[in-house]
Design a protein. Structure first.
Ligand code: ZN
Length: 210
């Protein structure tokens, strides 16, 4: 009897933990003509793009009209796809400024924006305007640059969004939760796009030791 209770308790705790870490879309406002802004943020290799794609796919399956944008500067893999590191790709439109997102958002329900940190300072205004028009806006981007400083328009986006989800990577040195993107080479250029060879996720302690 004790054993069964233990299993029930473990399942309940697991369920509770999941509820605490997962973004639950059923909490979002589903009333007609009510938009909102969601931000998915964290370090490199924390699964931001995977989470963005998961939310967009679910909207698409439900028959909602979805448009996806990314900055023209992010040309690592493909010009026409939002690509995450596990090659779980979804088609997107590269744009050179946040103003163009407004122009390209026609009759749609959901807007996804990837690599938001590389957009200009007007991106929060654009996102809030879209939400005010009744559109669900889902933004994914790095919260900090390689020096641990807030990145581009992300702080303003996080401050004005209804929902903010911080995702974490695993520290490559000690295995704790990581939220810094440490650059492995000496370049000081902020706009260095790269994969595993250029960056490693580190926790606070290991980042400070570097
Ligand atoms: Zn560490």
């Amino acid at each position: 009897m004790n054993g069964i209770f233990c299993i029930f308790a473990k399942v309940a705790i697991k369920h509770l933990n999941l509820k605490l870490i997962m973004f639950l879309e059923n909490k979002a406002n589903r009333e007609k003509n009510r938009g909102w802004v969601e931000v998915i943020t964290g370090s490199m290799f924390s699964g931001k793009t995977e989470e963005l794609i998961r939310r967009l796919r679910r909207a698409k399956i439900a028959g909602q009209r979805v448009e996806i944008f990314k900055p023209l500067v992010d040309t690592r893999y493909s010009l026409s796809e939002v690509v995450s590191h596990n090659a779980n790709a979804i088609l997107s439109t590269p744009v050179d400024s946040s103003g163009n997102i407004m122009l390209l958002c026609g009759d749609i329900d959901v807007v996804g924006i990837d690599e938001a940190q590389f957009f200009d300072v007007n991106l929060p205004v654009v996102c809030n305007s879209l939400a005010n028009m009744g559109i669900r806006v889902i933004v994914a981007g790095l919260d900090m640059d390689f020096q641990g400083k807030p990145f581009g328009p992300m702080p303003q986006l996080m401050a004005t969004a209804e929902y903010v989800t911080k995702v974490h990577a695993i520290c490559m040195k000690c295995g704790n939760l990581a939220h810094y993107s440490h650059r492995l080479n000496a370049s000081e250029k902020l706009l260095l796009l790269g994969e595993t060879s250029d960056y490693e996720p580190l926790c606070r302690t290991c980042f400070q030791e570097n």
